[in-house]
Design a protein around this ligand. Structure first.
Ligand code: FAD
Length: 537
């Protein structure tokens, strides 16, 4: 082991000190450590043409969260005698320049399976190995190495979450405590002529006119992540009895789940540490819940989607994706925009979409409701379009989990019971009969009597007038008839499933065209797609 050398610790996700094996390795084996984060303008630059404030790729809630996480990391590094060196530019170029300028002997970073990082890392690794730089890139974003899960499954990703523990057993690191802190970090060496900046503010990035209607729901960073983890796990019985999919998607004053997803997404919280905490609590309760419904199991779902995403070419597309059923979705931008902009006329759906835009987070079953509505339930819009909207607006937006769940919800993969549809009217009512959630996120409906809050178009005009909400003027009429549209969706998916079966999943462009033609021909009177859409006002 050499100690008189410089290491570069490249932060991307993994924005934490606790359980960070790459940072630990750099700190233990180097005389100087350069902790670096590169701000990619591609990801951060405002896009005035986007449908919501933010960059081309990310809504402003997520950008804010990332900046806060960087400030928090910088402050933790300072307490350990170091600081975060922030750069602005194309990450590969910036990093290679630093490696050269500082004569780095060791490059440490957390392994990442996202396609974006796979491509970026291949380039940087290539440079490093050509120049004799040691690379240390451990797996610590997930509980297991997704490649290991695939290997144990005979080279194929598992198609069932329950299989994960059967294949690989409990993780090896579980038996001993994970590191929660570091004593110190070796000093930063000479930074030469590199242009280092402070973590920028939103304003410095060009977000001048962000109107905050209410304070952001999340504060980014490891400090807040650990505080929230302590808070979520302080009620041990709640953890031990956690059972998904039970839990109220309409609970907004005290949401029904941990809301730790943004912290896991950016690695402000280690999923391994979270898993270990759950496991410790389970030991204290004989009758705790188990996978796939327990809280610990939610992290196994995450693992599952990481493994499938990593092992499936074109996982984020329908075409060329071997595990995705080929379905003739429509490309109706008007329906898509109505869904995205909370203008469907179905209060349960619209309230969820408002929460998504404002908070950047919605409950799992709320995600189910709106994803089902957009795709196989009602509008029959392509799941990739809904995925893109989520990808932009969610603070926790995660490539593997988001794509995996959209595949699931649209009955394109994993789950095939397309006859089971979430009603945009009765599903929410089960949890929240008085419509408190709708009234909160859609104040235009706040005075609508509870009898009509889920179907305001059925309220007599006198009631609408009294509630100061005329349907078709103050709030849209429903864009479709749910009964008609859902039947139509089932008919189309049924026919697509037949075709997938007949062709053994090898559906050609021509097959798809023929299917589209046949579906139009078979369309019975009164279900014409133009008629399905009532006028949006
Ligand atoms: P908890 O119930 O407290 O669970 C703890 C953690 O387990 C979560 O933070 C998350 O990391 C993981 N987890 C929980 N449920 C799932 C699941 N079904 N699949 C994989 N991991 C899970 N989650 C994301 O983190 N990013 C996404 O981009 C994302 N997109 C989704 C899109 C759709 C259409 C659907 C239906 C679900 C999506 N989810 C996504 C999964 C899930 O809804 C969220 O992880 C969860 O609601 C986050 O809230 P929480 O942290 O309170 O979860």
């Amino acid at each position: 082991m050499t100690t008189a050398s410089s290491s570069l610790m490249w932060f991307r996700k993994g924005l934490r000190i606790h359980d960070n094996p790459a940072l630990e390795y750099a700190a233990k084996n180097s005389s100087n450590v350069y902790p670096v984060f590169v701000i990619d303008p591609h990801y951060m630059k405002p896009d005035p043409g986007a449908f919501s404030p933010g960059s081309r790729l990310a809504g402003v809630n997520r950008i804010r969260f990332l900046l806060e996480s960087l400030v928090d990391l910088d402050s933790s590094l300072k307490k350990l005698g170091s600081r975060l060196l922030v750069f602005h530019g194309e990450p590969g170029d910036e990093l290679i320049r630093c490696l050269k300028e500082w004569n780095i002997k060791r490059l440490c970073f957390e392994y990442d399976t996202d396609p974006y990082y796979q491509a970026l890392d291949a380039r940087v690794k290539n440079y490093a190995s050509e120049n004799g730089i040691e690379i240390f890139s451990p797996v610590s974003h997930t509980l297991f190495n997704p490649a290991h899960i695939i290997e144990k499954n005979g080279g194929n990703p598992p198609m069932n979450c329950q299989l994960i523990l059967k294949l690989v057993g409990e993780p090896q690191w579980l038996s001993s405590p994970l590191s929660t802190t570091l004593d110190t970090i070796p000093p930063i060496g000479d930074v030469g002529n590199c242009h280092i900046i402070e973590v920028p503010t939103l304003k410095q990035l060009g977000y001048e006119n962000i109107q905050e209607e209410e304070p952001p729901i999340f504060r980014g960073g490891e400090t807040e992540a650990l505080r929230r983890l302590r808070e979520s796990t302080s009620d041990k019985e709640w953890v031990a009895k956690f059972e998904k999919p039970k839990g109220d998607p309409s609970a907004f004053l005290k949401p029904a789940t941990t809301m730790l997803s943004p912290y896991l997404k950016f690695g402000c919280l280690s999923s391994r540490y979270f898993y270990q905490c759950c496991k410790e609590i389970e030991k204290e309760f004989k009758n705790h819940t188990d996978p796939p419904v327990s809280l610990r199991a939610q992290l196994l779902w995450r693992e599952f989607f990481y493994a499938v995403g990593f092992g499936t070419p074109n996982f984020d597309h329908m075409r060329g994706n071997a595990i995705c059923r080929q379905i003739p979705w429509n490309d109706d931008d008007e329906l898509l925009a109505a869904w995205r902009d909370a203008q469907t006329g179905f209060p349960w759906i619209d309230a969820i979409m408002v929460q998504l835009r404002k908070w950047g987070w919605i409950h799992h079953l709320a995600r189910h409701s709106v994803a089902c509505f957009l795709t196989r339930g009602d509008l029959f819009v392509h799941w990739e379009k809904g995925r893109d909207v989520f990808e932009r607006l969610l603070v926790d937006s995660d490539w593997a989990i988001n794509n995996g769940n959209w595949l699931w919800l649209s009955c394109s993969s994993f789950f095939y019971q397309f006859h089971r549809i979430y009603s945009p009217i009765t599903f929410g009512k089960k949890y929240d009969p008085s419509g408190a959630y709708i009234r909160h996120f859609l104040p235009v409906l706040k005075d609508m009597p509870k009898e009509y809050i889920y179907e305001p178009w059925t309220a007599p005009l006198s009631i609408q007038t009294k509630a100061n909400c005329i349907i078709g003027k103050d709030y849209p009429k429903p864009i479709i008839s749910h009964d008609v549209a859902s039947k139509e969706c089932k008919r189309k998916i049924g026919a697509a499933y037949e075709l997938n079966k007949k062709t053994n999943g090898m559906v050609s462009d021509e097959d798809m065209q023929n299917l589209r033609r046949k579906l139009v021909e078979d369309q019975s009177e009164g279900t014409d797609s133009k008629r399905l859409k009532q006028k949006l006002i």
